[in-house]
Design a protein around this ligand. Structure first.
Ligand SMILES: Nc1ncnc2c1ncn2[C@@H]1O[C@H](COP(=O)(O)OP(=O)(O)OP(=O)(O)O)[C@@H](O)[C@H]1O
Length: 272
């Protein structure tokens, strides 16, 4: 079930030979340049994502999960290595990769739920209003917000706002949905409900998602594959495959949670 970092690359090569993965991240190093500091966020990170994967990036705070997601989104260029989607190198953001963030303020406050979901369909996909509205309404239904379709964001709960952001991302039918700790700011009950709803949506549409979290339990619940990153700078520690199988077996999810915890925090002197 665990593939060590050393074992990941050959496995990816084998997959790549069998069929080009949807997304392929090869030895990616990402750095921030500040006026007096050079921060290496990730070092030589490799992984690949296949169609319909629920792929989780998991690791302690500061290991570069969000930075990796930004790079896949095309908002940041690797200093070395490459990121390819459908065989093309990622150089800028595109409608094939839609982001959902943690923050509740990612919606446009002056637009209704419907208008928020329609916006990228009109602007990026350049659809006619009638067409955009039809698609937007279908995805608003999918996230169970039909009754709030004409509401403005400030009248919605945190969970409802996140549902709108998910509907907006999914309505674009991107190749990959990029989710950066989308449920982290929600209360525990709502978070669990949102995780269930996301899985129901996945059962419906089998979309491909990369999901960032630092919750091991959330990673196990959401994913079919988990990439474990070491603390700053982030390097691949291992990949967990067949998570679905483990989390459906009695007692196995708890054991897997313990194993992942031990693997992530086994470094001497590391504090959680
Ligand atoms: N804009 C920035 N300028 C400089 N350094 C940054 C910037 N954004 C992030 N970093 C640094 O890059 C490293 C990785 O940050 P990143 O936010 O990707 O980690 P993360 O794993 O997503 O953390 P968390 O789980 O806390 O959100 C950290 O050391 C962080 O301080």
């Amino acid at each position: 079930m665990f593939q060590s970092a050393a074992a990941v690359s050959p496995a990816h090569q084998a997959i790549a030979q069998a069929a080009e993965p949807l997304l392929s991240v090869e030895k990616v190093t990402l750095r921030y340049k500040t006026p007096n500091l050079l921060v290496t966020a990730t070092e030589q990170v490799s992984f690949s994502v296949r169609k319909s994967d629920r792929f989780v990036l998991l690791g302690p705070s500061g290991c570069g999960k969000s930075t990796l997601l930004k790079a896949v989104g095309g908002y940041m260029k690797p200093v070395s290595g490459s990121i390819r989607i459908n065989g093309r190198t990622v150089t800028k953001p595109g409608p094939d990769r839609m982001m959902v963030f943690q923050e509740f303020d990612q919606l446009m406050p002056w637009k209704t739920v419907l208008e928020n979901v329609m916006f990228p369909l009109l602007v990026a996909r350049k659809l006619l209003p009638k067409e955009a509205e039809e698609i937007a309404r279908a995805y608003i239904d999918k996230v169970k917000l039909t009754r709030a379709v004409d509401s403005f964001p400030h009248t919605l709960s945190g969970g409802m706002k996140q549902r709108v952001a998910i509907a907006r991302g999914m309505a674009m039918q991107p190749d990959i949905l990029l989710m950066d700790e989308p449920f982290a700011a929600l209360d525990a009950l709502t978070r669990r409900q949102m995780q269930d709803e996301l899985l129901q949506l996945w059962d419906d549409t089998k979309f491909t998602v990369i999901f960032v979290t630092h919750s091991i339990a959330e990673a196990i619940k959401i994913s079919n594959r988990i990439l474990l990153l070491s603390p700053h700078p982030g390097r691949v520690k291992a990949e967990v495959v067949d998570v679905d199988k483990a989390s459906n077996e009695d007692g196995t999810a708890a054991a897997l949670e313990r194993d992942i915890h031990d693997l992530l925090f086994s470094e001497p002197g590391h504090r959680e």
